[in-house]
Design a protein around this ligand. Structure first.
Ligand code: GCW
Length: 680
């Protein structure tokens, strides 16, 4: 509802040029529009022309001379025989000729209708941002074959770790009768290149277990049709114990023929209705979800069984690696949750089918504000892998605090695994490039709900946008993405753009500074994960400890005399993390237990670092509020008010965090703040 108010102003010249371009949409081959994604491309251009410029374009098939946007796919193109190879299926070429003149044209050539749609969205992005397109000549293709969105939506309409209202997919155990929000969502996702979506929570409860049953197929087809128009494939999270829980078999043993046939039959039925169905997403033997362990089988047995059922139809299995002991005894110092995924999965390298891809969280624990990068990424050269991010801000402020996560994701993607020497970044490992794998990519847990602003905190939309852009092109910088997003969202005011850009870029460090220090994590209220509770998880079964006592804090994960986690990294990380002096400050407490007087590279002691960052962090949170308040009148009032109230909450809550954390460590250590500030 804010469209229009925040639009970018265009010069008369630019506006004239855009209007001329949008006056005609020329499709070289009209049969193309029988393809849903190509039809959508035409439709999106029409929408833009009408909503933004008040003109109705002529849609024509002839290639006659005249200004306009020309849409084509490479196999119908006549000017470059190598185009198809160059573009791949999802790539596109944008090429401008004589723009500004009577015959000015912008040609979008897709490697397929999907590529055409992505190219069209690229053009729309440029026009909305007021970019000069007269010299445009570019080719793009996505770095990652799989660019997935994971909904953690439940059939009852709730969303696990959802911070923006209820599900747009379900209510009261059923799929929404009105799926218009789903259509809008598909549009949002396609505009940033997402090409697959799993529409139900990885914790698959009773009702969702039935989603793969025949009677649900028409409903699934309804949703798939919406996403198909945006070149997005539908995936379902499945319950590994389905054959048992649906009362059809007595076992779900992946090596039993009955079980294999049962899944093969489900796949047949699915593909009969949904020929382009993407596949299954599976959380198995994780946090009490059923899995192959029940039958003495391993993850490869489990994943391959499902993969074999899907393979004849071209489907894939996305198998999550979030596997650890969630009923650990806190007294047991030898078990280290951080080690679990690597220990479970690396021995299985080479055993997974080619249509299985392992989905690995960016860090070894669980989406904390700061974690090292998971050592499992890049560690299985004969296995497809994708990295999992969490746009939903479970541990990063729950869309009540501002936390632009793209910089965090960039750090993970640019991390050197050294799997094949230098240049073996996580980004290259997950794209499939590093080990020449047929599948790879990125997934994110979604941060949207039925909230009017989609993401609760309107600025959290930058995470959704940024996720898609980064999955398409991991080379983009956090700044570039923030810049694009602020231009497209708040284009009209330069001041708003500048301030919001700065707010986004500073937000992750600010959030980190007043919450858990130096990579230690987990000092949050159990269950909700919102707000400080330093010992909330200290004596629990989750494997999430900080071990603070009167003399020091941190987890000794060294190989010398700790849990041995550092050994999961390749050199030089292994010795870098192992050494208390070489270990980077921001991760020190993740790897080492050190005295409060230990000096960081920054020159500060641990305790002084805690005090300083918490005072500064709360101050910075207050400044975010101030910065936003200065934008009153520069952006539409509804967005303004919502963001304002979020930042009021953040500022107050950051003060609470500051005082709880500082007081806790002052009481534990008995060491006073050098600067004598108020600690309780
Ligand atoms: O972080 C934990 C969350 C759970 C989630 C789980 C997972 C879907 O607290 O809510 O369950 O991770 O990723 O499977």
């Amino acid at each position: 509802q804010v469209e229009g108010l925040n639009r970018m102003e265009l010069s008369t010249e630019l506006k004239g040029c855009y209007e001329k371009l949008l006056s005609h949409i020329v499709i070289t081959d009209l049969t193309l529009t029988s393809h849903p994604a190509a039809a959508t491309a035409v439709d999106e251009l029409k929408k833009l022309a009408e909503a933004r410029f008040g003109i109705t374009p002529v849609v024509a098939s002839s290639a006659e001379l005249g200004a306009g946007i020309r849409l084509t796919v490479s196999d119908t193109s006549d000017f470059n025989p190598n185009e198809e190879a160059l573009l791949g299926e999802e790539g596109y070429r944008l090429s401008a000729t004589s723009i500004g003149q009577e015959t000015g044209r912008l040609t979008v050539t897709g490697g397929s209708p999907a590529g055409l749609l992505y190219g069209t969205f690229h053009v729309i992005r440029l026009l909305l941002a007021g970019e000069d397109v007269s010299m445009l000549q570019l080719v793009e293709r996505p770095a990652n074959p799989l660019r997935l969105m994971n909904q953690w939506d439940n059939a009852d309409g709730s969303i696990e770790r959802g911070y923006a209202g209820n599900s747009i997919f379900y209510e009261q155990g059923r799929i929404h009768a009105d799926l218009s929000r789903v259509r809008d969502y598909a549009r949002l996702l396609a505009s940033v290149g997402v090409n697959g979506i799993s529409i139900n929570n990885v914790n698959v409860h009773a009702v969702e277990t039935t989603f793969i049953q025949r009677h649900m197929m028409p409903e699934m087809a309804r949703i798939a049709a919406i996403f198909r128009a945006y070149a997005i494939k539908l995936y379902l999270s499945v319950n590994f114990a389905s054959p048992v829980e649906l009362g059809e078999l007595r076992t779900a043993d992946p090596l039993e023929n009955d079980v294999r046939n049962w899944w093969a039959a489900r796949a047949e039925e699915l593909y009969a209705m949904l020929p382009d169905f993407g596949g299954f997403l599976v959380k198995a033997d994780s946090e009490h979800r059923p899995g192959p362990f029940t039958y003495g089988r391993d993850h490869a047995d489990g994943a391959n069984m499902l993969a074999d059922a899907l393979a004849p139809h071209g489907g894939i299995v996305v198998w999550r690696c979030f596997v650890y002991n969630c009923t650990q005894d806190w007294r047991d110092r030898s078990t280290d949750r951080a080690k679990a995924a690597y220990d479970h999965f690396t021995p299985l390298d080479g055993r997974f089918r080619d249509n299985v891809v392992l989905q690995i969280k960016n860090g070894p624990m669980d989406f904390q504000v700061r974690e090292p990068v998971s050592p499992l990424l890049g560690a299985m050269p004969r296995t497809n892998q994708i990295i999992e991010f969490q746009a939903a801000q479970e541990y990063t402020g729950q869309q009540r605090h501002l936390c632009y996560l793209v910089p965090q994701w960039k750090e993970a993607l640019s991390f050197e695994t050294y799997a094949q020497g230098e240049g073996s970044t996580v980004s290259r490992a997950v794209s499939g490039q590093l080990h020449n794998r047929p599948l790879g990519g990125i997934a994110s847990v979604s941060n949207i709900g039925d909230d009017a602003f989609w993401t609760g905190h309107p600025l959290a939309q930058a995470n959704l946008y940024g996720y898609g852009r980064l999955a398409w092109n991991p080379q983009l910088t956090s700044e570039e993405i923030a810049d694009e997003w602020t231009k497209l969202t708040f284009g009209s005011s330069e001041q708003a753009r500048t301030v919001i850009h700065q707010m986004l870029m500073s937000s992750w460090p600010i959030y980190e500074s007043y919450t858990a220090p130096l990579g230690v994590g987990w000092m949050v209220t159990p269950h909700t994960h919102y707000g400080p509770d330093v010992d909330g998880y200290e004596y629990s079964r989750w494997g999430t400890y900080h071990f603070a006592d009167r003399s020091g804090i941190g987890v000794n994960r060294t190989t010398a005399n700790g849990t041995g986690y550092t050994a999961q990294y390749r050199e030089p990380h292994r010795s870098g993390y192992e050494s208390v002096t070489a270990c980077p400050d921001e991760l020190l407490l993740f790897f080492h237990h050190v005295p409060y007087e230990h000096r960081l590279h920054s020159g500060k002691t641990i305790i002084q670092h805690i005090y300083d960052t918490h005072f500064e962090g709360a101050e910075a949170a207050a400044q975010l509020l101030q910065a936003w308040t200065g934008l009153e009148g520069f952006i539409d009032s509804e967005t303004y008010a919502r963001v304002q109230s979020r930042h009021e909450e953040q500022a107050a809550h950051a003060t609470h965090w500051r005082d709880v954390i500082n007081t806790y460590f002052y009481r534990k250590s008995g060491i006073a703040d050098e600067r004598g500030r108020k600690i309780y």
